[in-house]
Write a protein that binds this ligand. Structure first.
Ligand code: ADP
Ligand code: MG
Length: 688
């Protein structure tokens, strides 16, 4: 094969851009990426949604003058992109489960005859016996893997069908691979390259800073959020808007509550595909003003003028969150992203986590019950006696981690026994994602800087955004947190004392009634403080319910934690230091608690402003150090340092002993033992 020179390739891709696509110029990084791919190099491209990633495989694919194979996870995305390419006059086709056999066969013939510029397939198609062999009969020009984060179990949208790519792709090489995604932390990037066996892929990680999205986070009880949402969306310039709800049911409720105010539609995976298409079209064409959706909505949506994205609960990961807010303001005009959340959201996530990730012992029991002889999954369930919901989850997880194999008849055989550590680290990873998300929500620095750092953007200078709730607090529509005042600390301690002396976990309503005069502390303020104590992990809150006249009445119970019991003895200043409370919305400040700041509070306020978001890389480094030490000492890792302290160090990035000891939970004793190690890890990270 002859190798055209760089200038020849440059001229060729420029011609395709203008003649083929009708665009006048490249967007940032597109040309460089196209040049690399057209020259045959493997690439990993991490750029936000809307940056124009598709062009980065389409142009080099055309420049290489052989068919480009595109692997994409969603049929709707495939259909959409094929239609767009066909409309531009390119020969694009697709094969997926939505098309009949005969059509697919014809597409194969076209491919084999060399008539196709692009062939789009869903990943599971590559598992169909004989399909890879058919593809391999002709050399491909380029292989594009769209939404490549789906291959990584560390990603936020892992799709098991993507796993097989690693095994199948070698048969289609030496065509260069271009992997594209809008969300991949450095860890996920590593995993994608490993899974796709492209260790030397050039990485382009760019463009995560969005300069026109003002990010705001407000802490609100679930019951207050719909009202707030309505007021957020009321000014006309805040619409069109996308509202993300945590569940389908909640999406329905929210839409119902909004429908007398706005043109609203609901979108979630529980609706028929016809209904979903209609909702989407109406939104894109401007007939619907507000779309209330679950996270099922939005992948591949091309609507430029979304003015506001509201999250009605804490998302499960920063990756998902960033992806969703990124749908605002594609036209570059001022837009807003508002996250409404409270401590209870985290509880909900934890509940689902426990449901979806059974403990290793359950997986082990299942694994032990399998062997080399195939066993029907129902029979396996009976044999193990695990209840059917848990069984299903456990089997799925075991399969994902290759502990069992499942054939097409759903018969199970034993796989490798290496699943345990990957499974546990996957669980750990999910928990960390939630931890990062919580930290982002409770963070105390520029929101955009936190996000850009999180993704490890290669060229971002790190300046503050100037428009988020930290940079421009007077612009916000919601609330933020602050350290509690001295007065609040007194009440916080009263709450802790009351809980200490209570044998059972009292209903919070009763707790308020029995210990506080409504005139001095109303229920709302009481709940707000309680929430703050829960966030500081001094108190635990959980939902309970009872049936009354056929309806379920939900209420909240509170109990004190071990840490709470210890703190009960502490002085007021220490308490002020520990507890952050949601600020009252602007119009209500000055009601009962004046923001009377103590010395400590003021000092904390200043410190908080300088706090940076935790860097996943630094956390990894600290964890690796902890693990090494734990192994050599034959101790569980948490006996060296708890996760919480470890994250505290990652957040504070202490480079001297004084600042290390200032990390909450880290005392002089620990500093003596590990201080030097930790400081040098942080220094190595900071100077990178
Ligand atoms: P991504 O995959 O990164 O989310 P797309 O590839 O779907 O983004 O591109 C988003 C939009 O930007 C599409 O409508 C595309 O046609 C347009 N676009 C991409 N590159 C250019 C360019 N160089 N000039 C003008 N429009 C572009
Ligand atoms: Mg795309």
């Amino acid at each position: 094969m002859n190798h055209p020179s760089e200038s020849v390739i440059r001229a060729r891709i420029a011609e395709i851009l203008t003649q083929g696509f009708g665009f006048s110029s490249f967007r940032p990084y597109q040309e460089e990426v196209c040049l690399n791919a057209a020259s045959g190099r493997d690439l990993l491209l991490v750029m936000p949604t809307g940056a124009g990633k598709s062009l980065c495989y389409q142009i080099p694919g055309l420049a290489r003058q052989q068919t480009t194979l595109v692997i994409s996870p969603l049929l709707a995305l495939i259909e959409d992109q094929v239609a767009q390419l066909q409309a531009k006059g390119f020969k694009a086709e697709r094969i997926h489960s939505g098309r009949d056999r005969e059509t697919s066969r014809q597409v194969c013939v076209q491919y084999l005859d060399g008539h196709l510029d692009f062939l789009f397939v869903a990943p599971e198609r590559l598992a169909v016996p004989g399909f890879i062999e058919v593809l391999a009969r002709r050399p491909l020009g380029l292989i594009a893997i769209d939404e490549a984060h789906c291959i990584s179990q560390w990603g936020h949208d892992f799709r098991p069908e993507y796993r097989m790519l690693g095994q199948r792709l070698p048969a289609l090489r030496p065509a260069p691979i271009v992997a594209l995604t809008a969300t991949a932390t450095p860890q996920v990037q590593d995993d994608i390259c490993q899974q796709l066996a492209i260790p030397n892929a050039t990485r382009f990680v760019h463009g995560f800073r969005r300069t026109n999205i003002a990010i705001e986070v407000a802490e609100l009880n679930p019951g207050e959020r719909i009202e707030r949402l309505r007021s957020i969306l009321t000014p006309e310039e805040r619409r069109p808007a996308i509202v993300y709800a945590p569940t389908r049911k909640r999406a329905e409720e929210i839409a119902e509550a909004l429908k007398s105010y706005f043109e609203v539609a609901v979108y979630h995976a529980g609706r028929s595909s016809g209904a979903r298409d209609r909702v989407q079209t109406k939104f894109i064409t401007g007939k619907t003003d507000v779309i209330v959706a679950t996270i099922a909505f939005g992948m591949g949506i091309d609507k430029a003028n979304v003015r506001t994205v509201v999250h009605m609960a804490l998302p499960a990961s920063v990756e998902g969150y960033y992806q969703e807010i990124g749908r605002a303001g594609r036209d570059g005009l001022p837009s807003r992203a508002v996250l409404l959340h409270s401590f209870i959201d985290r509880k909900t996530h934890e509940f689902f986590f426990e449901r979806d990730y059974p403990p290793s012992v359950v997986l082990n029991k299942l694994f032990d019950a399998t062997g080399s002889a195939p066993i029907d999954s129902d029979a396996l369930r009976r044999k193990t006696g695990i209840d059917s919901d848990t069984f299903e989850k456990a089997l799925e997880k075991l399969w994902i981690h290759k502990g069992v194999l499942i054939n097409s008849d759903q018969q199970v055989t034993r796989g490798t026994d290496h699943w345990k550590i990957p499974y546990q680290s996957h669980c750990e990873h999910r928990k960390m994602q939630l931890e990062y998300m919580t930290r982002f929500a409770n963070g105390h620095s520029c929101r955009m800087v936190q996000l850009v750092r999180y993704f490890g953007d290669q060229e971002d200078a790190g300046g503050v955004c100037g428009i988020c709730d930290f940079c421009a607090p007077d612009q916000i529509t919601g609330t933020r947190t602050r350290s509690i005042s001295d007065d609040e600390a007194v009440i916080a301690r009263q709450i802790l004392t009351a809980l200490c002396s209570s044998d059972t976990a009292p209903a919070t309503g009763r707790l308020h009634r029995e210990h506080f005069d409504d005139k001095i502390l109303d229920r709302r303020q009481f709940e707000r403080l309680l929430g703050a104590l829960a966030r500081a992990k001094l108190v635990e809150l959980y939902e309970d319910s009872f049936e009354k006249g056929g309806t379920t009445i939900r209420y909240q119970r509170a109990s004190i934690t071990t840490e709470g019991r210890e703190v009960e003895q502490l002085d007021r200043e220490a308490l002020v230091e520990l507890v952050q409370v949601a600020d009252e919305p602007a119009k209500k400040t000055g009601a009962k608690f004046k923001k009377k700041k103590s010395k400590v509070t003021r000092r904390l306020g200043v410190e908080n402003e300088n706090q940076t978001f935790v860097s996943p890389k630094l956390v990894e480094a600290l964890k690796a150090w902890r693990l090494g030490l734990a192994k050599s000492k034959r101790l569980p890792a948490f006996r060296i340092l708890s996760d919480r302290v470890l994250l505290g160090i990652a957040e504070a990035q202490p480079t001297n002993e004084e600042s290390l000891v200032a990390v909450h939970g880290f005392g002089p004793k620990l500093a003596e033992k590990y201080g030097r190690d930790l400081i040098s890890i942080v220094e190595a990270h900071v100077s990178r």
